[in-house]
Structure formats: structure tokens, C-alpha cells
Design a protein around this ligand. Structure first.
Ligand code: FES
Length: 148
């Protein structure tokens, strides 16, 4: 099976029903996407598929074939971090950072659809991403900063 990830084609042989997250981490060593709940509930595994934020732990790899997959590793361009990555650093969002890549991918998806979201729109859009450290106020601030 061929997967297009971060604008690069990869040939992989997933086992039956293997998740996209497992293929990314275990076949391709793209370990930025994290395994949290494994049930589509925490957002740690979020990647973009054709621009939409999806939970890669509950997405079968075969269903992502032929689509444009972006992971956290694919956001940097020409040595420059994506505006959302930079804003998360500027605001010093992270504590443990386990949720970080999923948060950032969800925020990138939000800003691509809605470049100037209100606080309420940010909260609504990000509610599927859980941060056990409770850094939500800083996450909102970083997304606001990236949207300016
Ligand atoms: Fe995929 Fe939690 S690990 S949503």
C-alpha cells in the first residue's frame, strides 16, 4: 500500500485493520503523533487527512491510502516552524507536551478553515483534544497569536 505523508510517498505493508497511527509510528518512525487513549477520545494522535483533523488511532491505514496525510513532522517548511508551532513555543504552552502535536495539528486544521476564530470557536474546535496538565488558557492564547 502506498501512503502520501508530508508530500512523500511511502510503501508500507500494514497488518489487517492496522491503524494509521500504528503505521506512522511503527513502520515509518514518525513518532510525533502520540498514542493516548487509542479510542478516538483524547486527540493526542491527531493528524491531517486532506486537511481535516482526524484521530489516527481509530483511522485504518487503508482508509488513508490515496489521501494527503500531514503529520507534525511535515509542518516545518524550509527550516521554519509553522506559525502555530512557533506560537505554542512563544506562549510557552507546554508542560509535559504529550498532547502537543495533536493540539497543534487540530489548531492548524482550525486556522485553515477559519483564520480568525473567536475564543468560543477555538474552544469548540479544540474540545476533542485533552491536556492533562490543564494548559488550556495558554493553548487558546497561542492559537489567537497564530491567527494574527
Ligand atoms: Fe487517538 Fe486518543 S490516542 S484519540
Amino acid at each position: 500500500m502506498e501512503l502520501l505523508i508530508n508530500n512523500k510517498k511511502h510503501t508500507v505493508e500494514p497488518y489487517k485493520d492496522e491503524s494509521l497511527l500504528s503505521v506512522l509510528r511503527n513502520h515509518l518512525d514518525l513518532t510525533g503523533s502520540k498514542y493516548g487513549c487509542g479510542e478516538g477520545m483524547c486527540g493526542a494522535c491527531t493528524v491531517l487527512v486532506n486537511g481535516a483533523a482526524v484521530r489516527s488511532c481509530v483511522t485504518k491505514a487503508e482508509n488513508a491510502a490515496g489521501k494527503n496525510i500531514t503529520t507534525i513532522e511535515g509542518l516545518e517548511k524550509n527550516g521554519r516552524l509553522h506559525a502555530v508551532q512557533q506560537a505554542f513555543l512563544n506562549v510557552d504552552v507546554f508542560q509535559c507536551a504529550y498532547c502537543a502535536s495533536g493540539m497543534i495539528m487540530s489548531a492548524v486544521s482550525l486556522l485553515e478553515k477559519n483564520p480568525k476564530p473567536s475564543d468560543e470557536e477555538i474552544i469548540r474546535s479544540m474540545q476533542g483534544n485533552i491536556c492533562r496538565c490543564g494548559t488550556y488558557p495558554r493553548i487558546i492564547k497561542a492559537i489567537q497569536q497564530a491567527s494574527t
